[in-house]
Design a protein around this ligand. Structure first.
Ligand SMILES: [Fe+2]
Length: 225
């Protein structure tokens, strides 16, 4: 058994593969019980406490808190998460998401030729947090994944990353409400509108975001072309 064998329920991802690849107007999906429950509970307990050591992304389009663990993206914020606060379980996960085993599972699931993990960051919202609908359109081979760590999210409450057919909240086509060990994922494209509706209750939306992308030594990241 490898050190990584008790982390992810890969079957739960793969059984959503067809749905992900067939969704329109862009590829997106939602997976429940992504992590094995025992490991999830450890991550849940060790989730970094949202205090004033977190960075704030605040402009007209959003209000959110972040902790950057690593990034290979230029123009991104510097890491602001110490090894100590990451702890052993999150450190293990940060290693696993960069392994060929992890990335190849996502390649198979998505049909997108991702080869490397570009960044790993915690993103949280509190009451008043939001992100307006937007489209990145950074390139052909990028997957954006949000893993949720908020139990008992009230049904119908904003907080999950929604998918929309246009950059407009009235055109939402999917919004997750189970935020307890679930993942929302989309393929970046010219049509991939997404965002987070304004949180109006005293709730803490906790998530890990990772970005997977195609990378080659000759050409670099597929989004940099
Ligand atoms: Fe985004």
């Amino acid at each position: 058994m490898s050190e990584f064998s008790n982390i992810v329920n890969w079957d739960n991802l793969q059984k959503k593969s067809n749905e992900f690849q067939q969704n329109k107007p862009f590829r997106f999906g939602f997976v429940e019980e992504f992590f094995k429950r025992k490991f999830y509970d450890k991550l849940y307990l060790d989730f970094p406490i949202l205090d004033n050591s977190w960075g704030i992304n605040s402009d007209m389009s959003k209000f959110q808190y972040y902790k950057q663990v690593f990034t290979h993206e230029k123009d991104q914020r510097e890491p602001n998460c110490t090894e100590k606060e990451l702890g052993e379980n999150w450190t293990l996960l940060s290693k696993y998401v960069q392994s060929e085993e992890f990335i190849s599972n996502f390649r198979e699931f998505s049909g997108i030729p991702v080869t490397r993990t570009k960044n790993f960051s915690f993103i949280c919202y509190k009451k008043g947090g939001f992100q307006l609908p937007h489209i990145h359109n950074i390139g052909p081979s990028t997957l954006v994944c949000m893993f949720y760590f908020s139990k008992n999210w009230p049904l119908g409450e904003p907080g999950g990353t929604y998918m929309a057919s246009e950059e407009d909240e009235s055109s939402i086509i999917f919004e997750p409400h189970n935020l307890d060990n679930t993942m929302a994922i989309f393929h970046d494209s010219p049509f991939s509108a997404h965002g987070c509706r304004l949180i109006t209750k005293n709730l803490e939306r906790r998530a890990l975001q990772i970005v997977l992308e195609s990378f080659s030594e000759e050409e670099g990241w597929s989004s940099a072309k």
